[in-house]
Design a protein around this ligand. Structure first.
Ligand code: SF4
Length: 290
């Protein structure tokens, strides 16, 4: 029996950086507010809470004064920085550098011509999308699927961006449909469609690797919190190539029958899954199998 942990699973550099900054502050002061969950993983959030991290929502943030607050990797809209300045809040800004660049690009596109139609392929309530919308005063159109494109005026220029964690394939599909509709509407072969491919390769590059990893193991244990959109997405890919793949968020969800006649067992996870949890899963499987 061979059990292996996928080396490429685990935190992306944006999340690693946010956790490092939180740990540094907590080791000095033992107390730090974090605006929203620092990572979509309950166990990791729990670990940091035990070190003194206090997760707050935006309503609580508005009423907070004279404190230190961490901004997580998803980034924030400009309003958050304004409130911090007004309320004497010291910010530890862990916005991912990739997200910050997209925010700047979006703002530049908007300022160059406020009439530009800006489309974001993403989830309207996702914190990263809220941060992006904040750059353009909420004027971007957020779409999750091809059924939501009616609001676009296909005879005018369109700039399309993506939430970093959306599937690359979905972004390409939606872009091509917009292109076709613009061609139909304008009658020109090269319509003014500006494609800003902002899908993060830290996520999309993992898909192919995970498919291979899942294929090379008899049983796959995929570890993630159920609320992680990246986790759901990657698990779907894993399941497609290996039907003996199981999604767990806690060690006690492991069922011994899963491993019947298995020779190779692979453990992997999302960009929000800490390595230490995957190591615990490995220990638990070893314990179960004696
Ligand atoms: S997924 Fe990409 S953009 Fe998002 S935090 Fe990680 S590295 Fe940054």
């Amino acid at each position: 029996m061979k059990i292996s942990i996928d080396e490429q699973s685990g935190f992306c550099f944006g999340v690693s950086n946010a956790i490092r900054l939180a740990e540094e502050e907590l080791s000095k002061t033992g107390k730090l507010f974090c605006l929203g969950n620092i990572v979509h993983n309950r166990a990791e959030v729990e670990r940091l809470k035990n070190l003194g991290l206090i997760v707050i929502d935006h309503q609580t943030f508005r009423n907070l004064k004279d404190s230190t607050v961490l901004i997580r990797a998803h980034g924030e809209p400009p309003e958050t920085y304004k409130i911090a300045a007004e309320n004497n809040i010291r910010l530890i800004d862990a916005s991912c550098k990739v997200v910050l660049k997209i925010q700047q690009r979006l703002l530049k596109t908007f300022l160059e011509n406020p009439q530009n139609q800006i489309v974001i392929y993403g989830k309207p309530n996702h914190p990263e999308v809220i941060g992006l919308q904040g750059q353009v005063g909420g004027k971007a159109l957020v779409v999750q699927s091809v059924n939501e494109l009616e609001a676009i005026n296909f005879s005018l220029p369109v700039h399309i961006f993506s939430q970093t964690t959306m599937p690359l394939e979905g972004f390409r599909q939606i872009t091509e449909i917009i292109r076709k509709k613009m061609i139909e509407s304008i009658g020109a072969e090269n319509p003014p469609l500006y494609v800003h491919d902002t899908v993060c390769r830290q996520v999309s590059n993992r898909t192919e690797h995970l498919r291979k990893f899942a294929n090379s193991n008899d049983v796959v244990i995929f570890v993630s919190s159920p609320e992680s959109s990246n986790g759901k997405l990657l698990f779907e890919e894993v399941k497609k190539v290996n039907s003996r793949s199981y999604f767990i968020s806690q060690i006690n969800e492991i069922i011994p029958e899963w491993f019947e006649n298995a020779v190779t067992i692979g453990i992997c996870g999302a960009t929000s899954t800490p390595q230490w949890i995957m190591q615990r899963v490995e220990e638990e499987i070893k314990r179960i199998l004696g």
